[in-house]
Design a binder for this molecule. Structure first.
Ligand code: DAH
Length: 335
């Protein structure tokens, strides 16, 4: 009977190795391992052996069975991949591969910070307003206490249009527009794009983003300004920050300040970084907006949005924002 087993195993292995497709392999399986398969019958014929030989021979047949099953499984895998290759026409296209991932865009970091700021300031009772990018000289300069003769005009290199209007050089014109439109009391922010005829380098852009803030009420003081700025920075930078005010000159505020942040990158360094200009709204500006400076006071600030994002992420070149390089933009996550 052992000869018989050896012969069955030899033929079964040979048949499995030479089966040319999955169907042929299935036939091999059934003729050796099926109900009436040769190995099955052999096992069943065990009873014809003397009792003491049965266990040893039974073991041999079972081992042969397991080996044959493994061989059949291996061959089946091989034949399936051959069949797949053939079905693919050999052009390398594999319909079973996962598809290419559709790449999603993400919001520009300036858009993201704008949305965050709007959310923070709305929480403080401010409304978001928008002003035009093509602006009248009146709102951009005169109403902000910057008459034509004023040297401050020279510090804002302006793109003048042929009709005498201009591309706004800052978001401050929205201050007077908002006062005229809504009166006082007033809490408004105005994010948007501004333009200056600047030589571009790592810290200067001809197109940049600001967010103007304006709060007008009775008895508004520098304390209100400090509180609002600290709250805003805590939300945006995700930690408590120390700030300080230094005197700064802007014709539309009196007094005017430069606001500095301590340890701007949160690394523990003992350093102050200039973050934004601000001040108490100049009486002439209140008057230009139709408000009585005896009755109303207010503060204003002009936040450079690129600068804020640069501080937040440690970005060193302002040109990255408009450079269109996906390697830069993709770092700001999906939306
Ligand atoms: N508009 C000014 C600029 O772009 C910045 C500024 C300074 C805005 C002081 C303000 C302010 O509201 O109070 O240079």
């Amino acid at each position: 009977m052992e000869d018989q087993l050896r012969s069955i195993v030899d033929r079964a292995h040979e048949a499995a190795r030479t089966a040319s497709d999955v169907a042929a392999l299935a036939a091999v399986e059934s003729s050796f391992l099926g109900k009436k398969g040769e190995l099955t019958l052999l096992l069943r014929g065990l009873g014809a052996l003397p009792k003491e030989e049965r266990p040893a021979f039974g073991k041999l047949v079972n081992e042969a069975k397991v080996r044959l099953e493994e061989l059949l499984a291996d061959r089946s895998r091989d034949l399936e991949s051959v069949a797949l290759e053939a079905a693919l026409g050999g052009d390398g296209f594999d319909p079973t591969e996962p598809g290419l991932e559709v790449s999603h865009g993400s919001l520009h970091p300036i858009t993201q910070i704008t949305r965050e700021l709007v959310r923070v300031f709305e929480g403080l009772g401010f409304a978001a307003a928008r002003g035009p990018e093509v602006e009248f000289e009146h709102f951009n300069f005169d109403a902000l206490n910057i008459p034509a003769s004023h040297p401050a005009r020279d510090t804002q290199d302006t793109f003048w249009l042929s009709d005498g209007n201009l591309l706004r050089t800052h978001t401050s014109p929205v201050q007077v527009r908002a006062m005229e439109r809504f009166g006082a009391p007033l809490r408004v922010i105005a994010p948007g794009r501004c333009f200056r005829n600047e030589a571009v380098d790592a810290t200067h852009e001809h197109t940049f983003y600001q967010m103007e803030g304006l709060m007008i009420d009775r008895d508004i003081s520098v304390a209100n300004l400090i509180h609002v700025m600290k709250t805003c920075l805590r939300e945006i930078l995700g930690r408590e920050v120390r700030i300080r005010l230094r005197p700064g000159f802007f014709p539309f505020v009196e007094p005017g300040f430069e606001l500095d942040v301590h340890d701007p990158f949160g690394t523990g360094e003992d350093r102050w970084l200039e973050l934004l200009p601000c001040g108490m709204v100049h009486p002439n500006v209140l008057r230009a907006g139709g408000l009585d400076p005896e009755e109303w006071t207010g503060f204003a600030f002009g936040l450079g949005l690129q600068r804020l994002v640069m501080i937040r992420y440690g970005i060193t070149d302002i040109r990255d924002f408009t450079g269109g390089d996906l390697r830069f933009l993709e770092q700001f996550g999906r939306v």
